[in-house]
Structures are given as C-alpha cells and as structure tokens.
Write a protein that binds this ligand. Structure first.
Ligand SMILES: Nc1ncnc2c1ncn2[C@@H]1O[C@H](COP(=O)(O)OP(=O)(O)O)[C@@H](O)[C@H]1O
Ligand SMILES: [Mg+2]
Length: 355
C-alpha cells in the first residue's frame, strides 16, 4: 500500500495560479476526496498527481518515489495509477472484455493470465458474465463499471477519480457511491477522488479536503467539515447556513442590529470585532406559540415549500430572511407569526472578511 504526499504544490497557467500551495498526505489505503466549487483546482490537482500536468512548484511523492517536482516529471504510464473520469472513456468498438484487457495486452501478459484477471475484476465490479457484450449497448452505470474495472485490473498503486458519477442519474449515482467506497476498501488502494457534490463527498470519503480558489480551506472527516467548519466559505459550501452580520459586544453577545442580539460563544473575539454569525437551518427551533428562554426571536413566514421528507421555510427576521428546515415537514401559511429559538452553542462566529 502506497502513501501519497503532496507538498506545497503550485500550478500556474501563465500568470494564473490555479493551485496555490496545496499540501496533503493520503495515507496508505485511504480514500481522500477533493471537494469544492467548480474552478477551485480539484481536477488540476488530480492531473498533477497523475502526471498529466507538470508542476510549477512543490513536490509529489508516491511511496518512496518523487514523481513530480521542479526537476522530476515521471510520465503517467510509469506512475502505476488507475484513473476513472466523468466521461467513461471506454472504447466503443470493443467488447467489455477487450476494454478491460487492453492494458494487460499492452503489458504483454499471456492469454490465460489476461482472461483470469479480467474475469476476476469484472466479477468485482458486478459485471460477471458481461465480457462478450458490446460495450455501446450497456447503460451508463455499466459503462462506468467497465471504466472502473479497466482502472483496477492493472493493480495500480493509486486510484484517481474525477467526478466519475456526474453523468449518471440521481438514483444510480447514490448507489454507485456505496459501491465505489466498498470496492476501494476491499482493494485497499490509496485513492484520491474529486467531486463538487458535498453529499457524494460525505458518503465516500475517509477524509475530505475542502478547496477554495486553489487552496485548502479545511481537511477533516465528513462530520468535522459539517459540524466544525473552518470558515464561512466552508459552512456555506457544505450544507446550508444562515448568515447574519454582527458586532461582538462587550457583554459577550453578538449585536446584529439595534433590535436583534444573540447570545453565543464569543471566545477568541474582542468587543467591537465584526463577525459573520452562522446558524444551520436544522438547529433553529420553531413554534407558533410564544416561547421563552435565550435567543428567542420573532418572525413571520415568507414562503414555505414541501420537499417530501422536510419542509423548507423562509421567514422574515428583523429585516433579514432566515431559512429553516423542518422534519417531519409542516407547512405554514404566509404571514404566520413564528417564534424561533437557537441555542448559543449552535451559533458559529467567523471574522468578517473585508469586502
Ligand atoms: N490548461 C489550462 N489552461 C488555463 N487555465 C486552466 C487550465 N486548466 C485549468 N485552468 C484553470 O484553473 C482553474 C482550476 O481548474 P480545475 O482544476 O479544472 O477546477 P475544478 O476541477 O475544481 O473545477 C480554473 O480557473 C481553470 O479555468
Ligand atoms: Mg474538475
């Protein structure tokens, strides 16, 4: 099993710095997900690891070997990597068997070994008995399984995935997340997986690397990333967040407006600090009767939507609009008065960045 160490990776395209000092270790057998919005540098990072891009600075190691640096650029075929992309990149004129066998033939393996390895890998990805099929007649999900089989049949040291499920329909996508994770764990191949889909990242990852504009915002397990976001960016990108601007008061409260103050944990801030105050929709308690206690806020319902398993509510609070999610769902008429309550420990504060 191979450890991948990315140290201070920089990638410039002309004067544009797409990757700006990314450092990251993928432990042997670990599945690390690069998550972030479109254009944040996920694919570029992956392509550097694959050897499809030269690096502008920093170093990438696989096991003991430096594969990328200012002076080293080991070509992709010498890195012992397997890759799976969004476009399946299967060869349409070949059978399933031939698609998977292709790389083994290039290596000059004997006929019997090729047959054994291809059959074994097809069984692993749930395509036992599909070898003779015409690949262009398979569904998208099956084609993606062939692409996966083709990547693992070569027994790579590292598997690289770039949005492999984005072309599949929603149901299949959810199913394939579990399959890929399960297979990766069974094979124990160190893996780097790119997606912009936060739920996919949460399901599939051992650890998530959240990227923002070519840099790492936070590294952590799915629960860390969701429960203890390191930045406003992270809190808003993963899950939903209500954001209220406020000033920290001398009393340790956050002053949002002349008519709204919230008790919260202000450790690490000083009176007068400008902050963004974040609250997850599911952490806001609601009642159509007056309630008492700390942080009770009056509101009126602006809109409410039935989403099946939950109700999505937008309520007017003190000249702003907050979003709430109620499960089990309950719909409220527009204009209905509501009392909200949020616990001080469920409010997170972030320094407000200068605009
Ligand atoms: N070959 C290239 N030439 C110039 N700019 C590029 C090239 N490849 C990527 N970029 C830019 O680098 C940034 C990161 O791209 P990419 O890694 O593809 O993002 P992501 O995969 O996170 O959506 C984007 O602004 C993109 O336009
Ligand atoms: Mg990409």
């Amino acid at each position: 099993m191979t450890r991948v160490v990315i140290s201070n990776l920089v990638k410039q395209f002309g004067s544009f710095r797409a990757i700006d000092g990314v450092s990251l270790t993928i432990e042997p057998g670990e599945l690390v997900v690069l998550l972030g919005p479109s254009g944040c540098g996920k694919t570029t990072t992956l392509r550097c690891v694959a050897g499809l891009e030269d690096v502008s600075g920093g170093e990438i190691r696989m096991g003991e070997d430096v594969v990328s640096s200012a002076s080293v650029a080991l070509p992709p075929e010498k890195r012992a990597i397997g890759m799976v992309f969004q476009s399946y990149a299967v060869w349409p004129h070949m059978s399933v068997f031939e698609n998977v066998a292709f790389g083994l033939r290039l290596k000059g393996l004997g006929r019997q070994e090729i047959t054994e390895r291809v059959e074994r890998v097809l069984a692993l990805v749930g395509l036992k008995g599909f070898g003779a099929r015409d690949i262009s007649k398979l569904s998208g999900g099956q084609q993606q399984r062939v692409a996966l089989a083709r990547a693992i049949v070569l027994e790579p040291r590292v598997l690289l995935f770039d949005e492999p499920l984005s072309n599949l329909d929603a149901k299949l996508r959810e199913h394939m997340r579990f399959e890929i994770r399960e297979l990766q764990k069974r094979l124990g191949i160190t893996s780097l997986y790119v997606t912009h889909d936060q739920q996919e990242a949460m399901v599939i990852a051992d650890r998530i690397v959240l990227m923002d504009s070519g840099r790492i915002d936070q590294i952590g397990g799915p629960q860390d990333i969701y429960r203890r976001p390191a930045s406003r960016f992270g809190a808003e990108f993963v899950g939903l967040a209500n954001v209220v601007t406020a000033t920290v008061g001398a009393d340790g409260r956050a002053h949002c407006s002349p008519t709204l103050e919230l008790a919260c944990h202000t450790e690490g801030f000083r009176a007068g600090d400008e902050v963004d105050l974040l609250m997850r929709p599911e952490d806001i308690e609601v009642s159509d009767q007056p309630i008492s206690g700390v942080n009770v806020v009056e509101s009126t319902v602006a809109r409410s939507y039935f989403l099946g398993n939950l109700a999505d509510l937008y309520v007017n609070v003190d000249n702003a609009q907050w979003r709430l999610q109620l499960s089990p769902p309950r719909l409220w008429p527009e204009g209905q008065k509501m009392w909200l309550r949020v616990r001080p420990e469920d409010i997170r504060l972030f320094p407000r960045k200068a605009a």
